[in-house]
Each structure stands twice: as C-alpha cells, then as structure tokens.
Ligand binder design. Structure first.
Ligand SMILES: Nc1ncnc2c1ncn2[C@@H]1O[C@H](COP(=O)(O)OP(=O)(O)OP(=O)(O)O)[C@@H](O)[C@H]1O
Length: 251
C-alpha cells in the first residue's frame, strides 16, 4: 500500500451532544490530490478543521507521516510541513503581490522585519518571491496592491504565499468557491501544478473539478465515511448518488 502522509483513526467530534464527525478513519496517500466531498452538513468543514488543528477532536487520533499530531497546535503542524492555505498566509491588501510573497518568505525563515537586514538576503527573497509569482501566473501583477487584484488572482496570490512556506501537504478549503468559469479552469490547473511533488487535501463542492483533478475522494455523509476511492468508483456508488440527491450543490 502506498505510504500515507495523513491518517486519521477513529476521529470523532461532538458539539454539545451532537456528533458532527463519527469515528472516521481516512488515509491520504503521499503524492496525491485528495478531495473531501459530501452534501451540505456532511461534516467536511469539521473534518478539515480537525485535520488542520483548528478544532480539538473529542476522540481518535491524527497521524502525519506516521507521527501522532493529535495534540499539536496549528503552527506546530505547519512547521512540520502541513500547511493550510489562507492560514498563515493572510494577504495584506495594501502591500503589492511581490511584497506579500517576500513577507511570507521572511516569516517562513522566522525572520522578523529587520530594517538592517542585509541586502544580499533581501535580494534573495526578491528573486525567490518573483519565481513564486511566475509559478502562479502573477508576474504581470507583481507590483499591484493585493486588494486591487481580481478575485481569482487573489486566490493565486494566497497559493503563492502558502508555497513560500514550502509545504509537503497543502490543505485547501474550497479553493474554487465563488469563482467564475474562467478562474475555475485556471485555478484548477494551478492546483495541479503546485501539487507536483507534494500532497494536497481539498474540500471542494465543484464535482467536475474534483473528477478532473483528484486521485482519491472521500465522501462523507452525516459525519461518517460513506465511501473512499477514485472518481469512477465513488461516482457510481448508489449510496453516494442517494446521499447527493437534494443535498449537493451543483455548481
Ligand atoms: N460549532 C458547532 N456547533 C454545533 N454544531 C456544529 C458546529 N459546527 C458544525 N456543526 C454541525 O455539524 C454538522 C457538520 O457541519 P460541517 O460544517 O462540518 O458540514 P459541511 O459538510 O462542511 O457542510 P457545508 O457543505 O454546508 O459547509 C452540521 O450539522 C453542523 O450544523
């Protein structure tokens, strides 16, 4: 069996008596793009927040590269290489795209803003930041204030600031939400590109993109794993079809 980069065992989350996640065990294989899908209220966000350490589980454990990270804090798991996009990578609207990525690079190295920082180091950050902007197709926008970027480009900038942290696993929460068709296609392509050499876990409602992009899919229903597999397997499972009737968003 391929190596698991993230694994949950009996993961459970109760909210004052209501079980939002019930005893789920999932495996995210190293080097894959893995989607978490399910009808509204299935538990995707709760599961995502448990994996990224924004919520404490009521029971069960989470392993990252075989190591138990159940009790670690979000910044500790980020330092291990498991980074939630839009987590540490808040984008500052008044700063240019380039400055935002430079700042993310500085933070990645634990440097505080230093007026006297050597030119050599700052030049190095500039070059690396520019390369990351090129990677996400933002080169022409390098000097544009983040607040002025079109929506889809802003998400691309967030991906660049996440990439600055050199993650091994990127966790993306609805990366295509709110995008028009053109942005969806370009961002999906971008995710495919940045996924090379790393693993990605994403919560996503757009099933067309999930079908195109994701190697593995976990379908949640009422806080439990309904089925896990590739798109062909998952999409013809009668339980999945049934759980989606009336529940899924068809966007
Ligand atoms: N903080 C909370 N307190 C109480 N119940 C909660 C809390 N967070 C989530 N829930 C409940 O847990 C269930 C799962 O919610 P969750 O947001 O994880 O689902 P989801 O699959 O992400 O749904 P959506 O697609 O609508 O975002 C829902 O019934 C929700 O009402």
């Amino acid at each position: 069996m391929p190596e698991a980069i993230i694994e949950t065992r009996g993961l459970t989350k109760n909210f004052r008596g209501f079980t939002a996640i019930n005893n789920i065990s999932i495996r995210i294989e190293s080097g894959t793009i893995h989607a978490l899908i399910g009808a509204n209220g299935a538990g995707k966000t709760t599961c995502f927040n448990l994996l990224t350490k924004f919520l404490e589980p009521s029971a069960g454990s989470i392993l990252y590269q075989g190591r138990d990270i159940t009790r670690l804090k979000p910044d500790q798991v980020a330092r291990l290489g498991m980074v939630r996009s839009f987590q540490i990578s808040a984008v500052f609207g008044h700063l240019s795209a380039l400055e935002n990525v430079k700042l993310a690079l500085q933070r990645q190295r634990g440097e505080s803003y230093d007026f006297w920082a050597s030119h050599h180091r700052l030049d190095h950050h500039r070059e690396r930041a520019m390369a990351l902007l090129v990677d996400v197709g933002l080169e022409p926008w390098a000097d544009t204030a983040a607040a002025e970027l079109p929506y889809g480009r802003k998400r691309a900038l967030e991906l660049a600031t996440t990439l600055a942290l050199e993650p091994e696993v990127m966790l993306l929460d609805e990366p295509l939400a709110g995008m028009g068709t053109e942005d969806v296609g370009r961002t999906a392509e971008l995710i495919r590109r940045v996924a090379e050499g790393r693993s990605v876990l994403m919560v996503e409602h757009n099933l067309g993109v999930v079908a195109e992009l994701c190697d593995r899919i976990t379908v949640l229903a009422r806080g439990e794993v309904l089925v896990e597999g590739d798109y062909a397997t998952v999409s013809r499972d009668p339980r999945v079809i049934e759980s989606y009737i009336g529940g899924a968003r068809h966007d």
